[in-house]
Design a protein around this ligand. Structure first.
Ligand code: NDP
Length: 445
C-alpha cells in the first residue's frame, strides 16, 4: 500500500496552493490510515483518493450594483463534494477571504460532520469573496439576488441544500430564498436557516452554539466534571460564539471573553446573558468592533489580541479557521485549560491539536462539536418535506439527543481503535467508516 506521505503528495500536486484543503485532508488521513491499512477493499477501491476529489466545483461571476450606481464584480462558488449519504448540504460564506481552497476544506469537513449527525446529508460548501461590511440592506439584497441568479441552476431539494455560514444569516437566507422562489416558481426545500414564518426551524439560529455546549457537557460528564463554575474563553462574537456563550451561562459557567477581527473583550467577572444579547444585537446592526461595548459591560479591550492568553478552564474557538496555533495552545495549557472544543471549522492548527493531545487536554473536534447547526438543518429539511411544524422544546430535545449520540459515536470509535478519549481520531474514524461503506456499495463510480 502507498504511504500516507505519498498520498498527501498526490493531493498537494493535484491542488497546488490549496493549503487549507490539504490541511483538512491531512488531518483526516492521519486518523483513518490504520483503517485503510487493515482493508484491502478500501485500498483497491481508492476510497480516500476518491473522497479527496469533489464531485464538482463551480465558480461564477456575480455582478451587482451599489447604491451610488457603481457596478461591482465578485466571484461566487459552490463546491459539491460528496453526496454518498444524501443531497449535498453545507453553508454559504460571504467574506473577502473566500476562495476555492477554503471552500474545498469546508466542503470536505462537511462530508464527515454530516455523516456523524446520523441524518441523510452529503457534504458541500459555497459562498463568495463578497465583503458585506459597510454594505447597506439594499446592497446586501442585490448581492444575494445576483448570487442566486447563477446558484439556482445548481441546487434543488434532492440535489443540494445550502445554509448560512460567516456573513450569511437569516436576512441573507431570506433574500436568497426569495430569489430562488422567483426564478424557479417553486417553494422547495432548497435552503435551511430560513425564518420560521416561511418554513424555518425555531432553533436553527441557536443550534450550533447550543449544540457545542451540549457536546462539551457530554465530554465533561464522561470525565466526572461539570460546566458549573468553569471559566470559559470564547473567540468570535457572531452566531456560534454568542449562542455558545449564552448556553454556557445557562449552565453556570463564567464567560470571560468574546472577540472579533479587531481584538478581544475581557470581562473578568463574566458576561451576563443580557450583555451577550446586547453584543449580538450590536454586531447584527453593523455596530462594528466589540471595543465600543467594553465600557458598558465593565470589560477591557485588547486590540489585535486573541483570547488565548487569558487563563480559563474551557476554551471555545468560534471565529474562523487556524485562529489557534501551537503557541496559543501551549499558553492555554500552561494556564491550566482542561478542555478545548471547536465551535468554528478547523480553528486549531494541526500543531495546536498535537499540543493538546500531548498534554492530555480533552479536545472536541469541529466535525463533532459544531455539528448541531447542520443537524438542526437536517431536521428543518424533514419538517419541510412533511409540511409540518415543530416547536422549540421538541427541537431542543432532539438537538441534545443528537449531540449526545455524536459524542458517544466518537468516543466509542476512539476507544475501539485504541485511542482512549481522543475525540478527534474517533470522529474521523466513525465518519469515514460510514461514508466509505456507502461508496463501496456504489461500485467504482
Ligand atoms: P459570524 O459571521 O456570525 O461570526 C464570525 C465571527 O468571527 C465574527 O465575530 C468575526 O469578527 C469573527 N472573525 C472572523 N474572521 C476573524 C479573524 N480572522 N480573526 C478573528 N475573528 C474573526 O459567523 P458564524 O458564527 O456563523 O461562524 C463562525 C465559525 O463557525 C465559522 O468557522 C463557521 O464556518 C463555523 N460554523 C458556523 C455554523 C453556523 O451555524 N453558523 C455551523 C458550523 C460551523 P468581525 O465581526 O470583526 O467580522
Amino acid at each position: 500500500m502507498q504511504s500516507r506521505d505519498d498520498f498527501l503528495n498526490w493531493v498537494k500536486d493535484r491542488n497546488p496552493q490549496e493549503t487549507e484543503f490539504v490541511q483538512a485532508v491531512s488531518e483526516l488521513s492521519a486518523s483513518i490510515w490504520p483503517v485503510l491499512e487493515a482493508s484491502q477493499d478500501l485500498q483497491d477501491q481508492r476510497i480516500i483518493e476518491r473522497l479527496s476529489e469533489p464531485d464538482r466545483a463551480v465558480s461564477f461571476r456575480v455582478v451587482w450594483t451599489r447604491d451610488d450606481g457603481d457596478v461591482e464584480i465578485n466571484r461566487g462558488y459552490r463546491v459539491q463534494f460528496c453526496n454518498a449519504l444524501g443531497p449535498y448540504k453545507g453553508g454559504l460564506r460571504f467574506h473577502p477571504s473566500v476562495n476555492q481552497s477554503v471552500l474545498k476544506f469546508l466542503g470536505f469537513e462537511q462530508i464527515f460532520k454530516n455523516a456523524l449527525t446520523g441524518l441523510p446529508m452529503g457534504g458541500g460548501k459555497g459562498g463568495a469573496d463578497f465583503d458585506p461590511s459597510g454594505c447597506n440592506d439594499g446592497e446586501i439584497m442585490r448581492f444575494c439576488h445576483a448570487y442566486m441568479r447563477e446558484l439556482h441552476r445548481h441546487i434543488g431539494p434532492d440535489i443540494d441544500i445550502p445554509a448560512g455560514d460567516i456573513g450569511v444569516g437569516a436576512r441573507e437566507i431570506g433574500y436568497l430564498f426569495g430569489a430562488y422562489k422567483a426564478m424557479t416558481n417553486e417553494f422547495g426545500t432548497v435552503l435551511t436557516g430560513k425564518q420560521p414564518v416561511f418554513g424555518g426551524s425555531e432553533m436553527r439560529t441557536e443550534a450550533t452554539g447550543y449544540g457545542l455546549v451540549y457536546f462539551v457537557s457530554c465530554m465533561l460528564g464522561d470525565a466526572d466534571m461539570d460546566i458549573d463554575g468553569m471559566r470559559v474563553c470564547i473567540s468570535g462574537a457572531g452566531n456560534v460564539a454568542t449562542h455558545a456563550a449564552e448556553k454556557m451561562i445557562d449552565h453556570g459557567a463564567k464567560v470571560i471573553t468574546l472577540s472579533d477581527s479587531k481584538g478581544t473583550l475581557v470581562v473578568e467577572d463574566g458576561l451576563t446573558r443580557e450583555q451577550v444579547a446586547d453584543i449580538r444585537q450590536h454586531k447584527a446592526s453593523g455596530g462594528g468592533s466589540l471595543e465600543a461595548v467594553a465600557d458598558a459591560v465593565s470589560g477591557t479591550w485588547h486590540a489585535g489580541d486573541a483570547p488565548w492568553k487569558v487563563a480559563c478552564d474551557i476554551a471555545l474557538p468560534c471565529a474562523t479557521q487556524n485562529e489557534l496555533d501551537e503557541k496559543a495552545a501551549k499558553t492555554l495549557i500552561d494556564n491550566g485549560v482542561r478542555l478545548v472544543a471547536e465551535g468554528a471549522n478547523m480553528p486549531c492548527t494541526a500543531d495546536a491539536i498535537e499540543a493538546f493531545r500531548s498534554a492530555d487536554i480533552y479536545f472536541g473536534p469541529a466535525k463533532a462539536a459544531n455539528a448541531g447547526g447542520v443537524a438542526m438543518s437536517g431536521l428543518e429539511i424533514s419538517q419541510n418535506r412533511m409540511r409540518m411544524y415543530k416547536g422549540r422544546d421538541e427541537l431542543a430535545d432532539l438537538l441534545k439527543s443528537i449531540m449526545h449520540d455524536i459524542h458517544d459515536t466518537c468516543l466509542n470509535a476512539a476507544k475501539d481503535a485504541g485511542h482512549g478519549r481522543d475525540y478527534a481520531h474517533g470522529a474521523n474514524i466513525a465518519a469515514f467508516q460510514k461514508v466509505s461503506k456507502a461508496l463501496m456499495a456504489f461500485g467504482a463510480i
